[in-house]
Ligand binder design. Structure first.
Ligand code: 5GP
Ligand code: MN
Length: 344
């Protein structure tokens, strides 16, 4: 099955191969390793081709993503609105990275929508509609970072890749595949990783910067979440973890501290659907994960104003965390058949 959607690639090839352009590279709110790695790699590669590039994230991201080469050149819109706005307003080209719906960039949405710059979409999330003039998308690719590598190769600019950009691409692939445990069954991913290793990247360092870099508080919060807060609903092969603001405060919560919590219950025998609810200032943020064919992107879209991938999605809820949890528990009966079908 051909899943790669490529549009107007020659147009962007010509532009990037020509005279210097102002380029804004934008990724989604609450950026993850794939978002940051992809933007930094692309930014570095395009700069080395002679373009003026600026990377913008809608908001801050966790400390364990701040080690990647070029991190200090990222403009965080929520901290530096004016600078971010200027980068977008003067851009000839805007790269939209690791999202396909402008609502994912929150307040920057309007600026990008209004801009007359050529928009280039590089992404691996499902969609029926592409808002950009140039598209390089594939829902069957492990990560947007892998697509960035393919995109650069396809354009014939692979000589512009160096050890630093290769490191960022590797970090994106590593984090979006949970260290090659999911979204990573296609041989091409490993061919790309093999090429990245040839640039001399330190893969072990990339691993420990992301996964062995937690505070003691974060580890204790994980212990608390699993010991005291994990709810197993055997009947529906489902697990829930939730964290209130008071609980976060107790463990001196820092952005990113709950990253990955949603995955743990999937290691419980028989659990194939895991949901994690966390109380934020104005909303309840929810993460969903599944094993097998249960489509958590459809679930998030239908009930929690969200979306994502088949086995990893997210959404949000306006209201109390108790209400969100009750709605979630009540919904499970509707999905009884899908959640209990034979699948292994
Ligand atoms: P996480 O649970 O790690 O925050 O997100 C997992 C995946 O779900 C992300 O890769 C992203 O694609 C998607 N996702 C998370 N939150 C939202 C949301 O609020 N809206 C949409 N459309 N997708 C989301
Ligand atoms: Mn991604």
């Amino acid at each position: 099955m051909k899943s790669r959607v490529i549009r107007e690639i020659n147009r962007i090839k010509k532009l990037l191969g020509g005279e210097s352009k102002n380029i804004a590279i934008i990724t989604h709110v609450n950026p993850d390793g794939d978002a940051i790695g992809s933007c930094l790699a692309l930014g570095r590669i395009l700069s080395s081709l002679g373009h003026h590039t600026g990377i913008i994230t809608p908001n801050m991201y966790p400390d364990f993503l701040k080690w990647m080469p070029g991190n200090d050149q990222i403009t965080i819109y929520s901290n530096a609105r004016k600078a971010a706005r200027e980068l977008i307003e003067k851009a000839d080209i805007i790269f939209c990275i690791d999202f396909n719906d402008l609502s994912r960039i929150k307040e920057i949405n309007d600026l990008v929508d209004k801009s007359s710059a050529l928009k280039v979409l590089i992404d691996h999330h499902p969609t029926e509609r592409y808002f950009a003039g140039v598209v390089y998308c594939d829902i069957n690719t492990s990560s947007t970072a892998e697509l960035v590598f393919d995109f650069i190769q396809e354009l014939g600019f692979e000589k512009a890749i160096d050890k630093e950009s290769a490191t960022c691409i590797f970090a994106g692939i590593m984090t979006d595949t949970g260290c090659f445990s999911f979204n990573s069954s296609i041989p091409h991913t490993y061919r790309v990783v093999a090429k990245l290793l040839e640039y001399g990247i330190d893969k072990d360092r990339a691993y420990y910067q992301v996964y062995d870099n937690f505070s003691p508080d974060r580890m204790r919060l994980l212990g608390y979440a699993l010991n005291d807060k994990m709810e197993i609903i055997q009947e529906y092969h489902t697990a829930i973890i939730s964290l209130t603001r008071e609980e976060q405060k107790r463990y001196h919560f820092q952005p990113g501290d709950s990253e990955g919590f949603v995955n743990y219950p999937l290691s419980v025998k028989g659990i194939r659907f895991s949901a994690f609810f966390i109380e934020k200032e104005d909303i309840i943020k929810i993460s969903f994960r599944s094993k097998g064919s249960f489509a958590v992107n459809r679930f998030a879209e239908s009930h929690f104003n969200g979306g994502g991938h088949l086995n990893a999605s997210g959404g949000e809820f306006k209201g109390t965390i108790e209400t969100a949890l009750n709605i979630f528990r009540d919904l499970l009966a509707q999905y009884h058949k899908e959640l209990t079908d034979e699948w292994l």
